[in-house]
Write a protein that binds this ligand. Sequence first.
Ligand SMILES: Cc1cc2nc3c(=O)[nH]c(=O)nc-3n(C[C@H](O)[C@H](O)[C@H](O)COP(=O)(O)OP(=O)(O)OC[C@H]3O[C@@H](n4cnc5c(N)ncnc54)[C@H](O)[C@@H]3O)c2cc1C
Length: 483
Amino acid sequence: MSETADLIIVGAGPAGMAAAATAVAGGLRVVLVDSGTAVGGQFWRHPPQEARPAIATEDLHHGLREYRALERELSAGRAAGRLDLRLAHHVWSAVREEAGFEVHAVDRREAPQETAVTLRAPRLLVATGAYDRQLPFPGWDLPGVLTVGGLQALLKGGGVAAGSRVVLGGTGPFLLPVAAGLAARGVEVVTVCEAAGPLAWLRHPGALLRNPGKWAEGAGYAVTLARHRVRVRPRTAIIGADGGDRVSSVRIASLDPDGRPRPGTERRIEADTVGVGWGFTPQLDLLIPLGCELADFEDGNTAVAVDDGQRTTVAGLYAAGEACGVGGAPLAVAEGRLAAGSVLIDSSAGPAPGRRTPAALRAEVARQRAFARALALAHPIPPGWSSWLTDETVVCRCEEVTAGAVRAACAEGGARDHRQVKQLTRAGMGWCQGRMCGPAVHCLASPDQRAYTPAERLVATPVTLGALADLDENQQETNKEYR
Ligand SMILES: Cc1cc2nc3c(=O)[nH]c(=O)nc-3n(C[C@H](O)[C@H](O)[C@H](O)COP(=O)(O)OP(=O)(O)OC[C@H]3O[C@@H](n4cnc5c(N)ncnc54)[C@H](O)[C@@H]3O)c2cc1C
């Protein structure tokens, strides 16, 4: 299969939905591609359409009015024949060609069967979001230890409340909606361990005061947590998990200002499920091979660099949402609309329709970005986190590389970043390609704590040989069309 359009958007989360709605309303023919089975991305994750009457998850969401408005705009675009929505399509490569961009995806609607799809358009907008950032600790590889994003995905996408007695840990405000959602579904959330101090936010009062909506959201979680007697412990971390064939308890400890466990504060808590999250890492798999410039973000990650219209440094390539830096769904929506407005201007299709001018959208993005920066500075990775690793702690779970092996690669092998550690130990070379261990290996190896940039991957998701063989036929078809 081989298709053409004015614009391809990869990612149908808040950023991609907003971008598609704006571009379609402006008259462009758009292909919106997402690997999931429903639009909405992580924030508005829903069960697949056919399962919805049986699985109620609406009460777990925020901003549903905006989601429904965007859904209506997308439906109108489909009815007008200008929007081609491709769900269950995973893009594994995007290539810059003379005439624009060629996007390679696998259609997994009939999984396990995969069909290769090639899409092409003069312009490409990447809105692929972010994924959970993890730090290892002894026992984190036991069954029953999940990412907080994973717990949230089970809850919102399948109505499944994992576990009956749960401990959450890590840093950042995302711990709160997960705790509140689990508690609202009857799970006993024993405690939430937040590594940051209780007053971390007060260092950035300006960004807080300019975003009253965030206060309201935070207050809502606080009420839910208080109602369910969930205790949030500041300056505390989960430093170990124990159990036989699955987790049965965690060890938590108070942290000193460097993030090291304070002697004598360690205590054990029984739990059948543990959720851990240290913020997010932008999903740059498609953007790095396209040669975009990257920029350091305050949370210790690199993100794609964009101008004030969401244009990357590659002509015809735009980005929106958390690929440009983690900042929450309202920022992603504003960036999506702004990016699509730039596409309309750059393709001489006229100004973007809608009530909000580009200047108003730019102001909204700047305000939300300031908030995101304050958030990142208030919730850093504690510098002393590696002190809770033993040499036996597995860091790369795919290749079973221990912290001791990573430390030896640095001390004896001279490795100074995650790429060099990978060459010496195979950490990051397995099935997940370093998505789970990359940030942690980087922190262990990088003495100057530079921002983390994922390794370049030419293939963004595992693809079958059958799909690659299909691609060869598509390629011949593509070449015929270009002639
Ligand atoms: C697991 C997880 C859970 C989260 N839950 C919440 C929450 O409950 N509340 C909250 O405030 N914030 C949450 N966040 C933060 C949240 O991601 C953002 O605030 C918001 O969803 C960002 O919107 P986005 O459009 O930039 O990205 P996303 O919402 O992440 O959307 C990106 C979309 O791109 C698709 N995609 C990525 N790569 C490809 C590819 N190669 N091919 C095809 N499709 C692709 C994904 O399937 C996804 O639908 C969560 C983040 C994660 C990682």
